[in-house]
Design a protein around this ligand. Structure first.
Ligand SMILES: CC(C)(COP(=O)(O)OP(=O)(O)OC[C@H]1O[C@@H](n2cnc3c(N)ncnc32)[C@H](O)[C@@H]1OP(=O)(O)O)[C@@H](O)C(=O)NCCC(=O)NCCS
Length: 164
């Protein structure tokens, strides 16, 4: 049976192994990782999926970030990963929807995610049209996706994404 639960500290190693498998260990070179180093993740917004053996087959994590000179507190959603054997079965969609729903519930106003718009659009993510929000290089601006968790929460939010 598939089980969805919070990620605990004991899951850390298995989650890192899953992320290495899905993204390869070069993932640490991605600019989004520079925003995560030494910043605690938001435990209430980190979920895992376990299969019937208790193996971790899916994960979503969220980190805090700040945007622009006004240091607007926001979420960096991801990484999101599903073990290759279990991809395409709806687990990723469940994790993303759960994360969005809980983030709204906790009062988070906005989130950024680096990914493919074709996959994330159905969840409410969109590409910014004037690149008012800058992400640390070398990220392709087309992959910088935004989602409003509260209405109009990106209005007037501009600048570079910084570490929390
Ligand atoms: C991306 C990922 C998390 C999606 O999880 P998943 O469990 O395989 O996806 P789901 O089964 O929930 O798919 C949800 C929908 O997205 C579609 N989809 C899946 N991957 C897609 C892609 N790369 N591009 C466009 N659509 C995609 C599915 O067809 C499905 O559509 P449907 O509901 O209309 O049938 C997973 O495939 C994965 O780990 N991929 C490699 C790592 C990655 O790219 N992570 C995201 C970057 S942070």
């Amino acid at each position: 049976m598939i089980q969805f639960t919070y990620e605990s500290e004991n899951d850390e190693e298995a989650v890192e192994n899953l992320l290495d498998l899905v993204f390869s260990p070069t993932r640490f070179n991605l600019s989004s990782y520079s925003l995560r180093i030494k910043v605690p993740k938001i435990r209430t917004l980190c979920y895992i999926v376990k299969n019937s053996n208790g193996s971790i087959i899916g994960v979503i994590r969220n980190w805090p970030i700040l945007i622009g000179d006004r240091k607007k507190l926001s979420l960096l959603m991801g990484p999101i990963a599903v073990h290759p054997t279990f991809q395409g079965e709806g687990l990723g969609a469940y994790l993303i929807n759960k994360s969005i729903k809980e983030a709204k519930k906790y009062g988070w106003e906005r989130a950024i995610l680096i990914g493919d718009i074709n996959y994330y659009k159905p969840f409410g993510f969109y590409q910014q049209n004037k690149n008012k929000i800058g992400f640390p290089p070398p990220t392709d601006p087309k992959r910088v996706l935004l989602i409003e968790l509260q209405k109009n929460s990106f209005k007037g939010v501009t600048g570079i994404v910084q570490k929390f």
